[in-house]
Ligand binder design. Structure first.
Ligand code: NAD
Length: 365
């Protein structure tokens, strides 16, 4: 039976990077004998123009009928002054809620070609490759009571056991497929909710004796991520701490145009680049498609268990960068400046080369 993928290209550069990534996705699926069907919907400003709302019930239903969702990006200057619930960005929150996407996963990987563009020294970041699991639908962003009056403001950080268990399990499963090391980040020296978080993670860890677990306070983690990022494999943490740690982790790896992400729940999964719709370069075939293509690689790995396909896509991206191909946002070293479509084509060509080399058992450096 064909796998159904819902496509939401969105606004600005969304459709450009989506179309680049679909080309790669379809090719890889064919190589791995996977039958794919796609359905496309409107979301964001384009949906507002057509239907007067940034996300229709029909689009939500289309996503729920699909095996996974791929999202480009939404938003733009044109819709900035709309009422809050009509803004393209409101659709993002609504879709995440509707699909129950409680974990946000962001890899932090340094490509050797970019070691010199980071604000950190080469010897510190070379070889960095870890993943942050951030809890997305609970914690202090949603806890009640919350509010403020003239004299005080307050929020509540609360986690129920099942909320911690489910994200911990996802993180352990991925750690098991990687370097088998998991760091749970909390503030257990001060917060009771963190002491509870730590206790639940420790309980879950009993089902994963092959994964080494350590607990780290969030302030120390922020320091360690920039001091020695190579020590990490999988980080799992709450909503607030994950918000901060994943942004720090993102920046050590270079440009926004390179960062993929996955948001996963019990039933549904959504893959999207971390960047927005970049209206300043939209429609010019200039956008970097790598974040979107790397999101497709995450989809193959996490939703379909096709780790090999994901690894080959990542290698193809790496090889393309090693050969000096650059889009505007990553042209730190005056490389060979190419368009969105050309970058995607080069990644596809390199995928083919690597696929055939590996298929034929040719050893490559
Ligand atoms: P942005 O990520 O769109 O752009 C920030 C800067 O990075 C811009 O200079 C842009 O040209 C550049 N950039 C981003 N992605 C790039 C890529 N793939 N290739 C080359 N350059 C790239 O952030 P912003 O400017 O703050 O927001 C623009 C719009 O996007 C706003 O409406 C915002 O609300 C929306 N937004 C949407 C999402 C999403 O859809 N998930 C996320 C963030 C922002």
């Amino acid at each position: 039976m064909a796998t159904n993928i819902a496509l939401l290209p969105g606004d600005g550069i969304g459709p450009e990077v989506m179309s680049a990534a679909i080309g790669v996705m379809k090719h890889v699926a064919e190589r791995f004998n996977m039958e794919i069907e796609t359905t496309e919907g409107l979301m964001g400003g384009c949906s507002y123009e057509e239907h007067g709302t940034p996300l229709t019930d029909e689009t939500i239903e289309m996503c729920k009928r699909s095996d996974v969702v791929l999202l480009g990006a939404v938003g733009g200057y044109k819709w900035e002054s709309l009422e809050h619930h009509l803004k393209p960005e409101a659709a993002l929150l609504k879709l995440r809620k509707e699909l129950g996407l409680f974990t946000n996963i962001r890899p932090a990987k340094v490509y050797p070609s970019f070691v010199n563009s980071s604000s950190l020294k080469e010897e510190v970041i070379l070889g960095t490759d870890f993943v942050v699991f951030r809890e997305l639908t609970g914690g202090i962003y949603f806890g009640k009571p919350s509010g403020y009056d003239e004299n005080k403001g307050w929020n509540t950080m609360v986690y129920e056991k099942h909320e911690i268990e489910r994200i911990a399990r996802q993180a352990f499963e991925v750690a098991r497929k990687r370097k088998k090391k998991l760091t749970s980040v909390d503030k257990a020296n001060v917060l009771e909710v963190s002491q509870f978080w730590r206790k639940v993670v420790e309980e879950v860890s009993k089902d994963y004796p092959d994964v080494e677990v350590n607990n780290m306070y969030v302030d120390n983690t922020a320091m360690q991520v920039v001091r020695d990022p190579r020590q990490f494999d999988v980080i799992v943490t709450s909503n607030l701490f994950g918000d901060i740690i994943s942004d720090i982790a993102g920046m050590i790896t270079g440009s926004l145009g390179m960062l993929p992400s996955a948001s996963i729940g019990e039933k549904y999964a959504l893959y999207e680049p971390v960047h927005g719709s970049a209206p300043d370069i939209a429609g010019q075939n200039k956008a970097n498609p790598i974040a979107m293509i790397a999101s497709v690689a995450m989809m193959f790995d996490l939703s379909f268990g096709m780790t090999k396909a994901a690894q080959l896509i990542d290698k193809a991206i790496e090889k393309t960068l090693e050969h000096g191909y650059r889009t505007v946002d990553i042209n730190f070293d005056n490389g060979n400046l190419v368009s969105t479509t050309k970058m995607a084509q080069m990644i596809l060509d390199n995928f083919e080369i690597i696929y055939h080399e590996e298929h034929l058992g040719v050893f490559t450096l």
